[in-house]
Design a protein around this ligand. Structure first.
Ligand code: SF4
Length: 372
């Protein structure tokens, strides 16, 4: 398929692999930020194409994985309210809260529905003026513009029965938090291609300057990632720390300014709790004062719900690149995709689920692997 096969070309991948081996004269640890990038790395066995000196660490860029447990519990608390239709993307329905998940709430009679966009949820609200429709909105900067647009349209159209249960997080603050940690292991980042297609590259320039770390904005296909790794290593070997844009077919320096404008109009920057990582200052969005009437936490008075994580789950350390799923004693035993203990086992982009699916450990055949 044009525009896809060329980025999965075996010979090009092998050539990049050879260049990486030549370039890396000492050990380096590189973190890929996005869950989609982790998925490609495991699916195509890219780590097998790297010299043993180059280690990939899997980052916190899976939106389902970093959604705090307390927000799942808030959704589960709102869902059974008699006049509520609770909508979200499919992955969120399976994320376990403290007392079950949204699919179980649905089985018990709650009106929980899968939608494919926030505007679909807004249309449901317009179709059912006697019901309150809640869209459970999670994600990074990539999904924030569509959610902002749904709220903006709700206000413009005078729809008063549409609400957002919102957990938006942003990438640069979590990169800073990883780098500030005393036990940080990351020396360079493959930057988040999709996020940067919306937000541009300016925030990453500041990270490179402040922390002396190379960041290569990378795509999601096998040769995108190998080229990103090569460029990271070349910078590390030269002692450089700057932003490079490997994903130039999708990312421009300024990003998508119209998308940024709607996000700024509807949301304020706020502190956010990241599952496994705790509270990170100014690391997300909340509805601004002008749009507070659409805030589901305020409407249903669930702001006070707080929860504790399972002591078994080490996803916080995995999301910081400190451990791999194989080092979790529950992996593949108490915790499987069918019965997940933590969110990183639920989402298709979660590191634990990806390891399980692609047989990184001897639990499943590598039947779906398709090496470039
Ligand atoms: S395998 Fe399960 S319990 Fe272990 S870190 Fe991953 S999600 Fe948490």
């Amino acid at each position: 398929m044009k525009y896809v096969d060329e980025f999965r070309d075996r010979k090009f991948a092998q050539a990049l692999s050879g260049q990486i081996a030549l370039a890396a004269t000492q050990p380096w640890r590189i973190m890929e930020v996005c869950g989609g990038q982790t998925h490609t790395i495991l699916q195509y066995g890219l780590e097998d194409l790297l010299p043993s000196t180059v280690q990939l660490l899997h980052g916190p860029g899976c939106p389902v994985c970093v959604t705090p447990l307390e927000l799942i519990n808030k959704a589960i608390a709102i869902a059974p309210v008699p006049d509520v239709i609770l909508c979200s993307f499919g992955d969120m329905l399976r994320v376990p809260g403290s007392t079950g998940d949204l699919l179980q709430a649905k089985a018990l009679g709650a009106d929980v529905r899968i939608v494919y966009s926030p505007l679909e949820a807004l249309n449901l609200a317009r179709k059912h003026p006697d019901r309150r429709v809640v869209f459970f909105a999670v994600g990074f900067e990539t999904t924030a513009p569509a959610n902002a647009m749904a709220v903006y349209q709700a206000k413009r159209l005078g729809v008063s029965n549409f609400f957002l249960l919102c957990s938006h997080v942003t990438v640069p603050p979590v990169i800073a938090a990883i780098l500030q940690a005393p036990n940080n292991q990351v020396q360079a980042f493959l930057g988040p291609g999709h996020v940067c297609s919306v937000m541009g590259t300016a925030e990453y320039e500041a990270l490179c300057r402040n922390y002396r770390v190379p960041i290569v904005i990378s795509g999601f296909e096998p040769t995108d990632l190998l080229e990103g790794i090569l460029r990271c290593i070349q910078q590390l070997e030269r002692g450089e720390a700057r932003v490079e844009n490997q994903y130039a077919r999708a990312v421009i320096t300024a990003g998508n300014e119209a998308a940024q404008a709607i996000v700024t109009e509807v949301f304020d920057v706020s502190d956010r709790i990241w599952r496994g990582l705790g509270s990170i200052p100014k690391s997300g969005y909340r509805l601004s004062y002008a749009f507070r009437q659409f805030d589901a936490e305020r409407e249903f008075q669930v702001e006070a719900i707080t929860t504790e994580e399972s002591p078994l789950c080490i996803s916080g350390q995995i999301l910081r690149g400190l451990k791999k799923p194989s080092q979790c004693p529950a992996f593949g035993t108490q915790c499987t995709p069918e019965q997940p203990l933590g969110a990183t086992m639920v989402s298709s982009e979660g590191t634990c689920a990806t390891y399980y699916k692609f047989g990184k450990l001897p639990l499943k055949p590598v039947s779906e692997r398709d090496t470039p």
